[in-house]
Design a protein. Structure first.
Length: 170
């Protein structure tokens, strides 16, 4: 081999070594970048998993909230039904009470004008309408009638008497 060939061979070997170092360095940088990318992907994957877990938890809570809301709506519907039943019961009781008040006014209203005066009350008591135990009942009715006279005209009409009895009873 000649010196020239030997120098060219030596230069070639140096170029190959330099290229090899450059390639190895580049490969190391690529491997390092790939590892960093892999770590980043793993970190993002963990973040995605945490987000999915949080979303699942939120969905479960939301499902529970919808269930509780539905139960509350059903309970409200039952309460409204009960309220309607109670309202109808109160209306029946009020109607019975109004009828009883009209009966009492009729018992005392001697002249049939729909109003009761103290004189008519006295006539009813003394005419024997109330005797024995019923006499104490008459006493309560008389007191209620005098309390019922809202406008102070010493006359009690059905509206005044009914209003007073409702206050006492309801």
């Amino acid at each position: 081999m000649s010196i020239e060939a030997s120098v060219n061979f030596g230069e070639t070997i140096e170029r190959v070594r330099a290229e090899r170092i450059r390639v190895l360095t580049s490969l190391e940088r690529c491997e390092s970048a790939a590892e960093a990318a892999q770590r980043s992907v793993e970190k993002r994957r963990e973040e995605v998993e945490l987000c999915q877990a949080a979303a699942n938890d939120a969905n479960e809570r939301l499902d529970g909230a919808y269930i509780r809301l539905d139960e509350a709506r059903q309970q409200l519907a039952r309460m409204e039904e009960k309220t309607d039943e109670d309202r109808r019961s109160v209306e029946r009781i009020e109607a019975q009470l109004d009828g009883a008040c009209a009966d009492y006014i009729e018992k005392f209203d001697v002249n049939g004008d729909g109003r009761v005066t103290p004189m008519e009350i006295m006539r009813s008591v003394f005419s024997g309408l109330f005797t024995g135990e019923k006499l104490s009942e008459a006493e309560h009715i008389v007191k209620a009638m005098f309390r019922a006279d809202e406008n102070g005209d010493a006359v009690v009409d059905l509206a005044e008497f009914t209003k007073a009895v409702r206050r006492m009873c309801l």
